[in-house]
Design a protein around this ligand. Structure first.
Ligand code: GAP
Length: 473
């Protein structure tokens, strides 16, 4: 046998044909199913569950952190590596409290809230029946509602040893401000010329009152934001450019584009800093909801920071006779944890794969793009005995330099495939008695369930090609 292969092209066996007729049927996707799978497979757990849970906070388990890291890396590569004029930053969560006065968050970052005097529930006034609100009638128990009042969403804490209010500090409600206060540092240290951008990923905190729908709206979450600094007058051109770029990003991410749409903010929806804003919305199981936003923030933020700090934040255009101006800012603001929820919903499928009349007829499969799947390859010996487990471990050891791998030797092979389907593992490599004889293994494709025999020496490049040419089925 020539080194590096069997001398034959890989051949297809079993899998798809026997299942295809039945696989046309699918079941409805609900948030309960997503939440249950996320917990069962170690994507996301409720925070402090053993104490009854902490609302608005979630923990990312072994598969969840892998998926989150991959989404983050994908976004970071897209924004920094593929855009020559964007650099990165990692600013502190704790910022000088004047930051939030300048940004307008102390004054304007509020939700209108009402409380029920009878059942003590709290509601967002803009999210309940407006007739009931006018009558001050609780939507849950018909008790009497309080007057609507403004409730600031920023978490406050105290820094320093003395707790007399002089150490007031906020947990940042957006990552953007860390970029604005560093903009001059970056212009000077990295000789950036307008137009240019600064990208950042990090935690943000909001005291959200309504936190239903799993990880959609939480009190602690992560954002992936990019602020693009432009000359006044160029803002509308770059606003359109960044809308196109962000749409193209989701095409590259491999999500179902028919589930995305644009929503332009009406005058009553615009944030206090925005001249124009569009959301990209995704059709979650509970309907179309905001996924991320593209905002024209004008020169609002830098002007305010200049005013509140007393520092000159003008850009000096050395290529144009030292012209001075406060740049306009186009912001692309995405939620990392919200994108993860979108990926879970988008990947989730239940397929009918047999017709025996029991639950085994169905498989739950997470069809992540292989670049984003938490595990890329699962290696499994058909049997533990006769040296198959040792050979499987050897093959896994080689693959793990190139891919995120898993090893599974327990239970029937069909059950093991189902477990990997639920984790979204695109490729399962099975080692059988032929593998000992001629060095070939089977590679099972998650989406088609087809199996091909490949020589173990070709395995890594075979998987690389499959990933490169991946199309969801
Ligand atoms: N810097 C602008 C800004 O923060 P935003 O529309 O308030 O704008 C941007 O937030 C993105 O952050 C949203 O599109 C969403 O993906 C995410 N996000 C906002 N609040 C969130 C929350 N409470 N939980 C999870 N993600 C949230």
């Amino acid at each position: 046998m020539p080194s590096g292969g069997t001398g034959q092209s890989p051949r297809a066996t079993g899998g798809k044909e026997q299942y295809m007729a039945a696989a046309e049927q699918t079941r409805e996707v609900t948030m309960e199913k997503i939440t249950s799978l996320a917990k069962r497979r170690g994507f996301v757990f409720q925070s402090s569950e053993i104490y009854g849970g902490q609302s608005g906070a979630w923990d990312y388990g072994p598969l969840g952190i892998e998926l989150k890291n991959r989404i983050q890396r994908f976004w970071w590569k897209e924004m920094t590596q593929l855009h020559d004029d964007i650099v990165g930053l990692d600013a502190a969560i704790l910022m000088h409290p004047r930051t939030w006065e300048a940004s307008g968050h102390v004054e304007n970052f509020t939700d209108p809230l009402v409380d029920c005097k009878k059942c003590k529930q709290r509601f967002r006034a803009d999210q309940i029946d407006q007739d009931k609100l006018a009558r001050k009638e609780c939507p849950e128990c018909s008790g009497e509602l309080t007057e609507t009042r403004k409730f600031n969403l920023m978490f406050k804490s105290n820094i320093g040893a003395v707790d007399d209010g002089s150490g007031l500090i906020y947990l940042r409600p957006e990552t953007a401000q860390g970029i604005y206060v560093n903009y001059k540092n970056i212009v000077q240290s990295n000789r950036m010329k307008i137009p240019f951008g600064i990208a950042q990923v990090g935690k943000a905190f909001r005291n959200e009152i309504v936190t239903k729908n799993f990880i959609f709206r939480t009190c602690e979450f992560e954002q992936m934001e990019m602020q693009y600094f432009v000359k006044p007058g160029d803002d509308e051109k770059f606003f359109d450019y960044w809308r196109e770029q962000r749409w193209a990003y989701f095409q590259k991410l491999g999500v179902r584009m028919d589930k995305l749409r644009w929503h332009r903010h009406g005058p009553d929806e615009l944030a206090h800093y925005a001249k124009d804003a569009y959301d990209i919305e995704y059709e979650f199981p509970m309907g179309f909801r905001e996924l991320e936003g593209v905002h024209n923030r004008t020169d609002f933020d830098l002007k305010r920071h200049q005013e509140y700090s007393g520092k000159d934040l003008q850009y000096i255009d050395q290529d144009n006779g030292n012209e001075r101006y406060i740049p306009f800012i186009i912001e692309t603001s995405a939620g990392l944890t919200r994108q993860l929820l979108m990926m879970l919903c988008d990947a989730y499928e239940e397929e009918k794969v047999a017709d025996k009349g029991n639950d085994d007829d169905w498989r739950t499969v997470m069809k992540f793009h292989p670049e984003l799947a938490p595990i890329t390859v699962a290696v499994m010996p058909l049997m533990k005995k006769d040296g198959l487990a040792e050979l499987a471990q050897e093959i896994r050891s080689e693959l793990k330099h190139d891919y995120a791998t898993d090893y599974d030797q327990s239970g029937a092979i069909g059950r093991r495939y189902r477990r990997q389907d639920e984790a979204g593992t695109p490729y399962c490599v099975t080692i059988d008695y032929d593998s000992k004889e001629n060095g070939t293994v089977t590679v099972r494709d998650r989406d088609t369930m087809e199996q091909e025999r490949v020589h173990k020496d070709q395995l890594s490049s075979y998987i690389r090609d499959k990933i490169k040419n991946y199309k969801r089925r």
